[in-house]
Design a protein around this ligand. Structure first.
Ligand SMILES: [Zn+2]
Length: 179
């Protein structure tokens, strides 16, 4: 594994242990050239996936990117790391088992929204507001009424979720970039 700091090729594994309920192996690595430390994860990959962006551009699917967009939506929310990891693993498994090797970014966005809806209403509103590219208040009200009409996991009222989501600066940081 090449060092992410100095690109040295001599990195060594210092520690290796199962994580995410034995669904992954976490490895602590060190670079003897620059002293840099980093972590890698080994996970089952059932198949190679390609994401088709709105522009038609194709890029390899990356779990880390998906995780980052979920993390942005869940920033400062009281959700355990383990649950987030499980949710993302579940999303990846759904994508991998869909039978298609190419998946539209909008399909992924829809799956993430569905998953977040059950996990945390604030994160759901944040993600939905970016993913759906709200331009009109009407869109926002639509999502709020969706939340209001659905039983959600966390006890937060729909407009409370909206208030928190709107106050948060993460709405500006698009989880799934559109090109
Ligand atoms: Zn290095």
């Amino acid at each position: 594994m090449r060092c992410p700091y100095c690109a040295g090729e001599n990195t060594q594994v210092k520690d290796s242990r199962p994580t995410e309920e034995n669904a992954a192996i976490r490895r602590r690595r060190i670079c003897p050239d620059c002293g840099g430390r980093f972590t890698t994860f080994e996970r089952v990959q059932l198949r190679e996936l390609t994401v088709v962006k709105r522009s038609g551009r194709k890029v390899p699917f990356e779990r880390d990117k998906l995780m980052r967009s979920v993390e942005v939506a869940l920033r400062k929310r009281p959700i355990e790391r383990e649950r987030i990891e499980r949710m993302v693993s579940g999303l990846v498994r759904q994508l991998e088992s869909s039978g298609e090797s190419e998946v539209a970014s909008s399909t992924i966005g829809g799956l993430v929204m569905e998953a977040l809806r059950g996990l945390d209403p604030v994160a759901y509103v944040r993600f939905a507001s970016v993913y759906r590219d709200f331009r009109e208040a009407a869109d926002f009200h639509e999502v709020l009424s969706e939340i209001a009409g659905e039983p959600v996991a966390a006890p937060v009222a729909a407009h409370e979720a909206a208030r928190i989501a709107l106050q948060s600066p993460v709405v500006a940081a698009a989880p799934l970039k559109k090109h």
